[in-house]
Design a protein around this ligand. Structure first.
Ligand code: LLP
Length: 422
């Protein structure tokens, strides 16, 4: 079991100075170390296909670089389909470089799926019928809800009766009948039970997949283990034993392949695992103030930039980059870290339910930078313009060089499309 140690002081990201990055690109700033993503890709290479769940971090440059490493993508909306196309995926539809996974079609996504002959992973029986009306004879994948799920938060659990996701496991037969009506063939099965889960829950999926696959039968060519692989956010957390995880899935795949008389492809669909640890959010300390017993450190990034703490009580490691010298020798103090938004919930150190926690950090001073770590997955992509904040810039570090991959939003971006009628 691998555990990780997080330091509370850091001056560099992938060899480049935090203060220099902040001076050059401004703050708040997302910085991704692309090498970390490549490392994670290589750790999953036993799977036949790595399908990146781009919802975790969908900047075009990141998508492009992953594509060049042989990774394909999942798209959950028309916008994500367009991003994938813009990043060069989809040239050869037979490779299923883009799979549209959702529980509904909206008008635009159905149009795009047809126009580019994309594979669809149907999360509702209605999708089968709707696709059949416009693309009779298509191949589809079914996303099955196996009746159980698990995530780091109830909000990221995507299985069981309380989840809106997927086709209920006992409805497979009905779906096959629906598919028959328009000549649709079910060539793939997919199960994703939640995000940030653990090996115990993940491994239950293999058995459920085998049962479902036997119901569908030999038209199947692909099974997908979904995403959900956790990454450590705290020092006492660890990675899933990937070898063991692969072995479990490989054994299921082999049993099914033998039964069907042809080899099934085994896919994995990670988002967090590929993106989380590559990303860092740099924010500048703008005020250090005492409120009774609590010392508040207020930075220029808020939940408009990184929503995970306010949304799930998610823990992100935080480190201090001292302005004008390392913070490593400073005495450590307990602080509450908050942002600039006009809302009391704008706190990065909170537990689920909104309870404020403290963090033991080398005493931060105004002008220092805080680095919110492991922010690459569900960080920038969940950012918003709340309080009329402009979204942060994004930078990718590649070959030791910092490259701007998204400009900081401007005021014009903020009000684009707004009209004041006469
Ligand atoms: N596949 C499907 C169909 C999914 O719905 C998801 C995540 C993934 C793959 C990737 O899951 P991952 O490998 O990243 O666990 N905003 C939340 C996470 C929501 C995940 C939604 N679906 C968070 O910040 O924790």
């Amino acid at each position: 079991m691998t555990t990780t140690t997080f330091c509370t002081s850091r001056d560099q990201i992938a060899g480049l100075g935090v203060s220099e990055l902040a001076a050059r690109f401004g703050t708040p700033l997302y910085v991704y170390d692309i090498e970390t993503m490549y490392q994670r890709v290589s750790e999953l290479s036993s799977f036949d296909v790595i399908r990146y769940a781009q919802k975790a971090c969908s900047n075009l440059a990141i998508l492009d670089r992953l594509r060049r490493r042989g990774v394909v993508v999942d798209a959950v909306s028309a916008g994500e389909i367009r991003r994938a196309l813009a990043a060069g995926f989809g040239a050869d539809p037979s490779r299923h470089e883009i799979v549209y996974t959702a529980d509904i079609f909206d008008v635009e996504s159905l149009e795009l799926v047809c126009k580019h002959a994309l594979q669809v992973n149907c999360g509702s029986p209605d999708m089968i019928t709707q696709l059949g009306e416009v693309r009779p004879g298509a191949d589809v994948t079914l996303r099955i809800n196996p009746g159980f799920g698990h995530g780091h938060s109830q909000k990221t659990n995507t299985g069981g009766e309380q989840s809106k996701h997927g086709i209920w496991h006992s409805q497979i037969d009905e779906c096959l009948r629906r598919a028959d009506q328009t000549g649709i063939t079910v060539t793939g099965l997919h199960m994703h039970i939640g995000s940030g889960t653990d090996l115990e829950h993940l491994s239950e999926v293999c058995e459920a997949m085998e049962r479902a696959a036997l119901e569908v039968g030999r038209t199947l060519k692909t099974i997908s283990a979904g995403g959900g692989l956790p990454v450590p956010y705290k020092s006492d957390e660890s990675y899933v034993d990937l070898e063991r995880y692969f072995e479990l899935w490989d054994a299921s795949r082999n049993r099914l392949s033998e039964r069907f008389g042809h080899r099934l492809n085994l896919e994995i669909e990670p988002g967090r695992f590929l993106a989380a640890e590559s990303g860092h959010l740099i924010a500048e300390v703008r005020s250090v103030k005492r409120m009774g017993d609590n010392l508040f450190v207020l930075v220029d990034a808020g939940f408009n930039d990184l929503a995970r703490p306010v949304m799930y009580g998610a823990y992100h490691p935080i480190s201090v980059a001292g302005c004008g010298g390392s913070a490593a020798d400073r005495e450590s103090v307990d602080v509450v870290v908050g942002g600039p938004l006009c809302e009391s919930g704008d706190i990065f150190t909170q537990r689920e339910g909104g309870y404020v926690d403290t963090r033991h950090l080398p005493a931060p001073r105004v002008g220092d930078f805080l680095v919110l770590e492991n922010a690459g997955a569900y960080g920038f992509v969940m950012s918003s313009n709340y309080n009329s904040k402009q979204r942060a810039a994004e930078v990718m570090i590649e070959d030791g060089e910092a490259k701007l991959i998204r400009e900081r939003e401007t005021f014009d971006d903020l009000v684009r499309g707004e009209h004041i009628p006469d």
